[in-house]
Design a protein. Structure first.
Length: 364
């Protein structure tokens, strides 16, 4: 399984995947299609950060007081009734942070996958390669999210994964089912010394056009065999279109991991996230997010503090669609922790962190 993933290939039926990147593709009757995306941003943190870098648990839009590119990529896709494939190469601060462990050109491989339809009568596909994660309702592409920045939940579950997946969409489009064999927890190349593949599942149910319910799981280890600690993780989210202009999303993650190899004792972490979005016109929208992340034992976020990582967050953003290809946004966000985990340039620490970010995203 380790060798499965470093190849490019197909595409996903990403509209059903939680982190969907296909919206940038140009609609064309030809099987070979191309798209492009770029998102620039400027963020100012009132803590006056060291090295102009946001706290280490934030990976998207993580530069402070400088104009930066969060994510920019070129993408080509090949789609027919029986075969599909995607290849996207990317740069930006998002890539630098999230692909830091990937060697060489793999550090720029935003997407590279191929798939074949397994049934003539059913929408059943097998895809292999690097593709968007099956976990969560947020995407690496800013314009596809209700908020400008990503939640702590999204930052600490995979944005991408590599391996093989089999997926099925019902004739009514109400059900999406998927099973995955993966190279690890947000890994293109498996961890050196880890011979155990990871596994995942996804079930999405849409009882009506206004409601989406999703359950995603992960089972595996992200450490070498010599220090193997099994991780069991579940993500649930639901989105609701409450009225023609008002929508809500709720998410809840919970995970457990062995305290040590062969141990029956487990460390646990969890986090709830809620987003409310109001879009009075096709050009404007406002979103408010509330979140809490509790990782007392530092499984995912090591804070090295007495209480572990226990952080609340609130944010509010305004969106303006300048055109169908150009989106401007501005967001204010505040984080509050149980310990003094936020460090300023002068070395002082605090319990809170507040910053304002603006972005401009263009897509073709």
């Amino acid at each position: 399984m380790k060798s499965i993933v470093l190849v490019f290939c197909l595409l996903t039926s990403a509209s059903v995947f939680s982190q969907d990147n296909n919206k940038t593709i140009i609609n064309t009757p030809f099987p070979l299609i191309f798209g492009a995306y770029a998102e620039t941003y400027y963020s100012y943190d009132f803590n006056n950060l060291i090295n102009n870098t946001k706290p280490p648990f934030l990976f998207s839009f993580n530069k402070n007081n400088e104009a930066s590119v969060n994510l920019a990529f070129l993408k080509g896709s090949y789609v027919t009734d029986r075969v599909r494939a995607n290849l996207a190469l990317a740069v930006g601060t998002y890539m630098n942070a999230n692909y830091a462990a990937e060697p060489g050109v793999l550090g720029n491989l935003f997407e590279g996958n191929a798939g074949i339809k397994l049934s003539r009568s059913n929408n059943l596909w097998l895809d292999v390669g690097v593709f968007p994660s099956h976990i969560g309702f947020e995407s690496a592409m800013g314009k596809d999210n209700w908020t400008l920045t990503r939640s702590i939940m999204a930052e600490h579950t995979p944005y991408f994964e590599s391996g093989a997946k089999i997926s099925y969409i019902s004739d009514t489009n109400k059900w999406f089912l998927s099973a995955l064999v993966l190279n690890g927890w947000q890994r293109v190349k498996p961890v050196d010394g880890n011979t155990l593949p990871a596994f995942g599942t996804q079930i999405t149910y849409k009882p009506s056009p206004r409601v989406t319910l999703n359950s995603s799981t992960f089972l595996g280890s992200d450490k070498p065999d010599s220090a193997r600690q099994m991780r069991y993780f579940h993500n649930f989210y639901a989105t609701f279109k409450l009225t023609d202009v008002l929508a809500a999303a709720i998410g809840f993650d919970i995970g457990i991991e062995q305290k040590s190899k062969h141990s029956s004792a487990m460390n646990i972490w969890f986090n709830p996230t809620t987003v409310l979005r109001y879009a009075p016109t096709i050009k404007t929208a406002v979103a408010i997010r509330a979140e809490y992340y509790d990782d007392k034992h530092g499984v995912i976020i090591a804070s090295n503090t007495n209480n572990g990582f226990k952080t609340w967050g609130l944010s509010a953003n305004f969106d303006y669609n300048i055109s169908s290809h150009l989106l401007w946004r501005i967001e204010a966000r505040a984080l509050q922790s149980g310990d003094q985990i936020f460090t300023a340039k002068d070395g002082s620490t605090s319990y809170s962190n507040t910053f304002v970010t603006t972005s401009l995203a263009v897509s073709f």
